[in-house]
Design a protein around this ligand. Sequence first.
Ligand SMILES: Nc1ncnc2c1ncn2[C@@H]1O[C@H](COP(=O)(O)OP(=O)(O)O)[C@@H](O)[C@H]1O
Ligand SMILES: [Mg+2]
Length: 267
Amino acid sequence: MSARKGPGGPAEPAGDAGAAAIEIRGLRKSFGDNEVLSGIDFHVDAGEVVCVIGPSGSGKSTLLRCVNLLEEPSAGTVRVAGAEVTDPDIDIDAARRRIGMVFQSFNLFPHLTALGNVTIAQRKVLKRDRAEAERVARANLERVGLADKVAEYPGRLSGGQQQRVAIARALAMDPRVMLFDEPTSALDPELVGDVLGVMRELAEDGMTMLVVTHEMSFAREVADRVVFMDGGVVVEEGPPSRVLDDPEHERTRTFLARVLDPAGQGP
Ligand SMILES: Nc1ncnc2c1ncn2[C@@H]1O[C@H](COP(=O)(O)OP(=O)(O)O)[C@@H](O)[C@H]1O
Ligand SMILES: [Mg+2]
């Protein structure tokens, strides 16, 4: 707050303009005696793409789940688009509407077409009428390269196509930020590229994105910053070239060696 009050500094704009899109401060989360997040601080600026990497069990999914309140943080604050989602008095449903979430599993309704899957939450949650919801759904299915699959049921779509429907479903809600939790981990290798291609286009369009991924080439090419987590803390963060090619910490080096050379063959 006080940083903005300096003489000659820009006046605080109305609304949430100028605020970080996501701001996480002192975030802790325990399950019983197990502290999974031990004080996380970082932010994602509007239009930024931040990739979170780290070993299994390091708390990456829990972090994302605390951002959209699928988990209640034990301590700390999370702000999204200027609103404190950890404020006990907040309208949780309204807060969640600002946040698009894409999981490893696509969770599409099998009895609804692609169009139906992208339409249903718009109608139920945003109360859009059918024509408007379908217009938005078609536009977003086209955006993810599925204009020709609008009438298809999930069972007749590949995993990569289903995940792109899930991305269209999230986009149709006009989110302020998009969270991705290992969106390509459940896909056959040959289907990963299409999903990453859609995510890359979203990034180029200026979407604010927080992405948990093991796709190091995506992180390297698309992320503005990479955050390495281990044991419930941020070990280091910085531009991809620094964190991935010249990490400061031994834990980061060990993790990257394992991810980039899983068979342990070495050069
Ligand atoms: N709902 C839950 N109840 C109890 N423990 C949980 C729950 N969710 C996650 N955990 C624990 O939190 C730790 C971190 O999990 P997670 O955030 O899924 O890590 P990551 O996504 O980095 O693999 C793990 O030890 C996991 O068992
Ligand atoms: Mg996870």
